[in-house]
Design a protein around this ligand. Structure first.
Ligand code: JFZ
Length: 469
């Protein structure tokens, strides 16, 4: 039998640095170190409060590209589904004909929001305009939008915003601020419009991108997040124009890390999960198969267990997991995606305490070790020999270890000064025996109780944060 998965959640005092705990020699060193850290931006920390609690969001890539679904003129076009116009390439005059075929009669935004809630996701980010230039909302600055250019004629984003308001779900908009393959002055379309460096890029920004971001911040209610992407030809000045728009219109709206100038949090590369933990806010955007926009031929779905591991792995490093679905042209989210999300959601209904509002591990040995000699991965990021047996997430007064393989029994806790108070299984509060041996605190864990993803045990500690020896 496949090694059962057991999640042992050890509640040990721990928390991200927030204010002062009782100063000890270590804490005073931390306090001194913190004194020399760049000042925390209180306004940004206030904006980030919900984000640091949410931890898990639904990304939705939907647009005209769902119609070809990875095929053009009967030929499979390799690559991401939403990049088919670029990869083929398809001339604008051909691609825009897709608009006349976009009629998602099965689109039901309340069902989409309900799926996100059933999945345990706390925010939604949907593509409002991707690189192909087509807007899923009524835009006064460009008729290339779902209301003016399609037989559907309704504002997709407005319907979703209303459904989110009804179901108390935060909603953000992905907006490709630089690439726009429909516009002669937008970045990226060299097959119709020639090299980017010869384009009047500021004309595109001022005539379409900046006003469309204004439109997204008007009439769609409180916008949780503007998710900018691929900052081609973005300068500090150009980025600041977008920041000024967002801050002036909706000061609470977060800006992601791909504007091209400083945002409110760090965005990793697609599907990239850092090897180390960090106290800063960051987010991994990730696919549930291998494409963002729907491809009829991409059925290589990640399993619920893989998604659960990635979620806990990311949270244990301080980040958020923005997991994507690519709806089909008729407005239906592929059933396998729905099934996977709901399975993880059922697990989160019982184990969510270890995720929502949880902070990063104070240890790190469980993550693995950096490869020697500063080796880099294929993206140029530091290469890690990753361990996947267990992870740690934190809350004030509690710290959660997550095992993804059967742990050693008795399980030795990492060294810390805090005294253990009690241990219990999260799912039913059944007690777990705590003992000491060879100077270590040990958990006498029962043989794991089978569970589709994991069995959760929680131990609580004296104090408010982990005191390392
Ligand atoms: C971009 C888009 O091109 C893509 O279609 C999708 O929307 C994705 C979420 O974002 O793709 C990227 C952007 C940045 C990196 C990789 C892919 N990166 O920084 O490694």
């Amino acid at each position: 039998m496949r090694a059962r998965t057991l999640i042992v959640c050890i509640a040990i005092v721990g928390a991200a640095l927030k204010g002062c705990a009782a100063l000890t020699s270590t804490a005073s060193a931390n306090a001194v170190a913190q004194a020399f850290r760049p000042a925390v931006d209180p306004a940004r920390e206030k904006r980030l409060e919900w984000f640091r609690q949410a931890k898990y969001g639904l990304f939705i890539h939907w647009g005209l590209y769902a119609i070809p679904a990875g095929q053009w003129n009967g030929r499979a076009i390799p690559g991401l589904g939403e990049w088919i116009m670029f990869r083929t390439p398809v001339p604008v005059r051909e691609y825009e004909k897709l608009a006349a075929r976009f009629n998602p009669v099965k689109y039901n935004p309340d069902e989409w929001v309900k799926l996100a809630k059933d999945a345990g996701m706390k925010y939604i980010v949907i593509t409002s305009k991707h690189h192909d230039g087509f807007a899923l909302f009524k835009s006064q600055v460009s008729p290339y939008n779902v209301v003016d250019a399609t037989p559907y004629k309704r504002d997709i984003l407005k319907a979703l915003a209303d459904a989110c308001a009804r179901q108390n779900m935060r909603l953000g908009f992905y907006y490709s601020q630089a690439q726009d393959w429909h516009e002669p002055s937008g970045a990226g379309n060299t097959w119709d419009f020639g090299p980017d460096e010869k384009k009047d890029f500021d004309q595109y920004l001022r005539a379409k991108a900046e006003p469309q971001v204004r439109e997204l911040l008007t009439g769609y209610g409180p916008v949780a997040l503007i998710w900018f992407d691929t900052p081609r030809m973005m300068t500090a000045e150009r980025g600041k124009r977008f920041t000024d728009v967002v801050r002036s219109m909706q000061p609470n709206t977060l800006i992601d890390g791909r504007l091209g100038t400083e945002g409110d949090y760090r965005s990793t590369g697609d599907n990239a999960i850092p090897g180390e933990a960090s106290g800063e806010a960051w987010e991994t955007p990730a696919t549930i198969n291998h494409t963002w926009g729907y491809r009829v031929d991409d059925t290589d779905w990640k399993s619920p267990g893989q998604i659960a591991f990635k979620l806990i792995d990311i949270v244990s490093k301080g980040g958020n997991y923005l997991l994507n679905v690519g709806p089909m042209a008729d407005g239906v989210i592929p059933q396998p995606s729905q099934d996977i999300l709901r399975t993880v959601g059922r697990w989160l209904q019982v184990n969510g305490e270890a995720v929502y509002g949880a902070g990063p591990t104070p240890f790190g040995g469980e993550l693995g070790t950096p490869a020697p000699n500063g080796a880099k991965d294929v993206r140029g990021d530091p290469l890690y020999f990753t361990q996947t047996d267990w992870r740690v997430t934190t809350k004030p007064g509690k710290l959660y270890f997550t095992f993804f393989t059967e742990p050693r029994v008795p399980f030795p806790l990492p060294a810390m000064k805090n005294a253990v108070k009690r241990a219990y299984r999260l799912v039913d509060r059944a007690a777990v025996q705590v003992k000491t041996g060879n100077g270590r605190t040990l958990l006498d864990i029962e043989r794991p109780i089978p569970d589709p993803m994991a069995t959760v045990i929680v131990v609580e500690f004296e104090g408010d944060r982990v005191q390392r020896p």
